[in-house]
Design a protein. Structure first.
Length: 235
């Protein structure tokens, strides 16, 4: 049975349509509650419900003392959506990993073409710093935290080197959604050394400006991580 929408639901749809149509633009401040409620012919209670729901999913943002604004960072919405799906079922984890491979393999290809020499040197330095951690006799927990941080920097730097901001936003979002699984994969026996060898191969391809090899090396790296994650999911 299909139920009639509440007034709050209708206000939600109206505001969403105003944003999607461009009538309300990113960064724009909404009218104050009293004025907006009067314009829509509704009480302030359903208006607040609709605004609260839109804030929860990242479409609107509320700033105390300033008002409510249309979000300028829509990656928040993608991050929340992916996070919910990944928590709901293992199958979605595999599908998000597939999406990650598509994005990061292409990012490596573009980075080999578009990166400056300075950007490539930065990527290589991050890879070396990550490897140097293995000789520092750190406690296991601290080691894994730092390894994960350098791994994140490595992939972010490649995404930045594409000179396409969409890659960075999406790759960060996808990685955050897989953070728990990524952490488990990095802690698997032998993965610290395997990852370094793979990162080194990616760096070499970038230095040579070999876009096809960079893409292939990134693909092999992510497939190795994927195998560990899938093994964990099936156990």
């Amino acid at each position: 049975m299909i139920e009639r929408k509440t007034i709050g639901g209708q206000v939600f749809d109206y505001l969403l349509e105003q944003i999607s149509s461009g009538a309300l633009k990113p960064g724009e401040r909404l009218k104050d509650e009293r004025s907006l409620a009067s314009d829509l012919g509704v009480s302030r209670v359903p208006l607040r419900e609709a605004i609260s729901s839109l804030c929860q999913i990242g479409i609107l943002s509320s700033r105390q003392g300033e008002g409510t604004f249309v979000s300028t960072d829509y990656t928040v919405i993608l991050k929340k959506a992916l996070g919910i799906y990944v928590q709901l079922e293992d199958q979605m984890v595999s599908e998000v990993i597939e999406l990650r491979k598509i994005m990061e393999v292409e990012a490596a290809r573009l980075a080999a073409i578009n990166a400056t020499d300075e950007e490539i040197e930065k990527i290589k330095k991050i890879s070396k710093k990550r490897h140097d951690l293995l000789d520092q006799n750190l406690e296991e927990e601290q080691l894994h935290i730092l390894l994960d941080d350098y791994d994140k920097q490595f992939h972010q730097s490649i995404a930045k080197a594409t000179h396409n901001s969409v890659f960075l936003n999406f790759i960060n979002t996808i990685r955050n959604s897989l953070s728990i699984h990524q952490k488990k994969a990095s802690e698997a026996p032998g993965m610290m050394h395997i990852v370094y060898a793979q990162h080194k191969s990616i760096c070499e391809a970038l230095s040579l400006r070999d876009s096809e090899k960079a893409a292939q090396m990134m693909k092999e790296h992510l497939e190795a991580v994927e195998q560990v994650i899938n093994k964990d999911l099936s156990s």
